[in-house]
Write a protein that binds this ligand. Sequence first.
Ligand code: DC
Length: 447
Amino acid sequence: MITIDGPAGAGKSTAARLLAERLGYTLVPTGAMYRALALSVMRAGIPPRDGPELHAHLAPLTISVEAGHVYLNGEDVTEAVKSQEVARVTSEITTLAAVRGKVTPLQRQLAAEGAVVLEGRDTGTVVCPDAEVKFYLSATLEARARRRRAELSAVGATAPLDAITNELRARDVQDETRELAPLRRAPGAIEVDTSDLTADQVVERMAAAVDLHRRDAEPPVDGPPRANRLYTVMRILAVGLLRTLFRLESTGRENIPATGPALLVANHSSVLDPPLIGGAAGRQLTFLAKAELFEIPGFGGLIRRLNARPIRREGADPGALRTAMRALADGRALLIFPEGTRGDEGVLRPAKAGAGMLAVMSGAPVVPVYVRGSGRAWPRGQRLPRPTKVTVTFGEPLRFDGEHGGDRKQRYEIVSREMMEAIARLRDGITGGAHRPQPASYAGRSK
Ligand code: DC
């Protein structure tokens, strides 16, 4: 997944088209999708305002993209959406939640197929915050205005440079200050100032960055992924602090495979859980964290460097499964919390089916983890932690092979349940992994 964002006139659409062609990827011009929706609203004579009329109009609309062309209810509107009038209505309607709520999921669906270049204003920040390579194209206002004028004269239209400059400036303000999905540089995005570059030069730079990413992301031919030095240092500091504050102890570390993929599944009742488990584990872990955290200046960059990967928490996120599968395919030890959100100390809740799906699809050994005490030390809703003893127990790895016949969804649910049962056995002090008799319920509170 590649995303390209930036202001109007920075050269995104040309760069995106050329890059997609060069890589053999699918192009998703997100602005054109919004334009198609605007065209539909204009044709229906509906005012471009939020309201029941607009909602009723949006519900049955289909907008699709194929081979760089945009279709509105099956009609190719690629050319029709290029008019100034459509652009004007588009900029009005793209501020509406109902409109973004309609188009963003369509874009995510297209992106989930992989091998895509998405181009727009919010593709790296909102649509695909977990894209592998993100670009932010910028250019001076003067350079963008000159380009616009050349584009207009190519189609026989003229406009004074001043007027074009003013229009671009107004669109920048609109794009940057709107409440929903404002134009921002996504965390980790590579900025390319295109002011003095030709389209070919821009694409050359982008392709080089994609190449570099591919080389970095490729799992090494032999041995595990390289150790991350910042992680090593931070872990030593964190363990020191966690031992002092919470008398952190751990058992069963030997149950984590020393190399190769491993899926650690833990109960969750505190923000302390990731550092506690990361501190207690004998090898470096990879974490999943909500995408918004990566947008916090400074903090986002730090957690990324500490092996955190962004996922979206609201709605279906096909990207999350891909991110997790990728980490395991790279031979990493990935920590997930199958219950999804934090709960009370000692209470285990049912796992999300996605956790079972990940275990089955990856075939990775699944290490159950039970954290005791973190929900007392720093529960949800409490401002500061209180010093309380915390222990982390790693259980024997479980294996769930992919082939089982029958209903796949049911299989994922069963596996999700078995994970929580293994965690419950650790909570209840029953050792011996999956082979011991199972307690009647995992939903009860420990004594
Ligand atoms: O890039 P463009 O000119 O085709 O975009 C058309 C309009 O849609 C423009 O007003 C910006 C807006 N847009 C948006 O809000 N979010 C996107 N992801 C893409 C475009």
